[in-house]
Design a protein around this ligand. Structure first.
Ligand SMILES: Cc1ncc(COP(=O)(O)O)c(C=O)c1O
Length: 401
């Protein structure tokens, strides 16, 4: 059976069915997965670079002076980081001492690293003091104090909290809004933070704001409101040189999702921030890597329980937590299309937790024990957030060039 790639909303060059078999970056996915004993993450090496280029092009079209950093918390697989480093055009955003060390180990220069952690500890401040070129953003008054105690007259950024959030499908679990969050400095403490920085010998030259995750076109209005709020902060800090808008740009998760229109996104940034004359930094993770990766699992059993047909897969939510934790849709693609009518199936993981379901009651072509299933959009916040829960945490990763 030959299924045309166009019949699947997620199909694109380098990902789709050829003669009924799923191919990814020129590899037969089922054959590749069969050579490994563990669940397998496969990553497209080119796509992250293409995605960063697309952001760059959009910002250039609207004459927005910018710097791009890839948020490595989304995926820190060293070959992937090294490929980005080798490309040479983008920096990296790190959020912990170990991420910082990993970025350095992959060849990024300190000046190419934006560092925004939460809960800074003294040894972290000491490490940063030894790396004066790293672009540090402080997100609490405590962090400003600590950087002051360890640092020498360096420039810092302040991570601010505009009290607004944006996220995929307006999913409340992804929004940094509503309740008081631990992230960033609210407007009412902003003046105090600036004064504290000054007393500590630190110059605040950057603002940083990350206000959500996975936003698409439907959230652009909310993004405008965030930008307006950020500009209010900037107005209170003359001499600011850069505003880092964090990440948060999303990718479609289902057929109905309209991709983010980068041109409209860049136009909004240009319109709202041009009067400030600042450089705009962006540090996306999800947008860059999420749809560059698959998680390939094997079908261990198929069994009907009451009126539900379960297909039990060889890996659970501990390998890619977002569907379970954030209710994000999980699109599954059988790696070999068998003849027969599609039917309803619930894809279960192999972890002893009730929430461990990849997808409930979805229509899929026939599956049989031993088949491989690719879970799409597994390139970001999957391997990097995985755990060894139930001691089923083993997996392999491969980068396809
Ligand atoms: C400070 C900061 N920057 C960037 C990111 C990357 O966000 P995303 O992967 O949604 O683009 C995050 C994600 O949590 C973040 O906290």
């Amino acid at each position: 059976m030959v299924t045309q790639v166009e019949s699947h909303w997620w199909a694109r060059d380098h990902l789709g069915y050829r003669d009924g078999r799923l191919a990814f970056c020129g590899r037969d996915v089922a054959q590749t997965a069969a050579t490994f004993a563990e669940p397998l993450f496969m990553y497209d090496a080119q796509r992250p670079i293409e995605k960063l280029r697309s952001i760059e092009r959009a910002l250039n079209r609207h004459a927005v002076r910018h710097r791009l950093f890839y948020a490595m918390k989304a995926n820190r697989f060293a070959p992937l980081l090294c490929a980005l480093r080798a490309d040479g055009r983008y920096g990296v955003d790190a959020c912990s001492p170990e991420e910082l060390r990993e970025a350095l180990a992959c060849g990024f220069a300190p000046s190419q690293i934006s560092y925004t952690s939460h809960g800074m500890a003294p040894d972290e401040a000491a490490l940063l003091a030894a790396l004066p070129e790293v672009l540090v953003n402080c997100d609490t008054l405590a962090a400003v104090r600590m950087m002051g105690a360890y640092g020498t007259r360096r420039e810092i950024g302040l991570r601010i909290n505009p009290g607004l959030g944006i996220g995929y499908g307006n999913n409340e679990r992804l929004l940094y809004a509503g309740r008081t969050t631990k992230f960033g400095i609210y407007r009412e403490q902003f003046d105090e933070a600036i004064a504290l920085a000054r007393e500590s010998g630190l110059a605040v030259t950057r603002l940083h704001c990350h206000a959500g995750c996975g936003y698409l076109d439907a959230q652009l209005r909310a993004f405008e409101a965030v930008l307006d709020a950020v500009c209010d902060f900037a107005d209170a800090l003359p001499g600011i040189r850069e505003i880092n808008l964090g990440g948060g740009l999303g990718v479609p998760h289902r057929a109905a999702d309209k991709p983010l229109d980068l041109d409209a996104w860049a136009a909004v940034i240009a319109l709202r921030t041009r009067r400030l004359g600042v450089t705009i930094a962006v540090e996306p993770g999800d947008f860059v890597v999420k749809d560059a990766g698959l998680l390939v699992l094997q079908v261990n059993y198929i069994e009907k329980k009451r009126d539900v047909v379960f297909a039990g897969l060889s890996g659970g939510f501990n390998l890619a937590v977002e569907p379970a934790f954030y209710d994000l849709p999980c699109e599954a693609a059988p790696c070999v299309l068998r003849d027969g009518e599609p039917s309803r199936v619930t894809l279960a993981g192999n972890i002893n937790e009730a929430l461990d379901l990849w997808a409930s009651d979805v229509m899929l072509p026939p599956l049989t024990t031993g088949d491989y299933v690719a879970l799409l959009n597994a390139g970001g916040y999957a391997a990097s957030m995985s755990s060894n829960h139930c001691m089923r945490g083993r997996f392999r990763e491969m980068l396809l060039c």
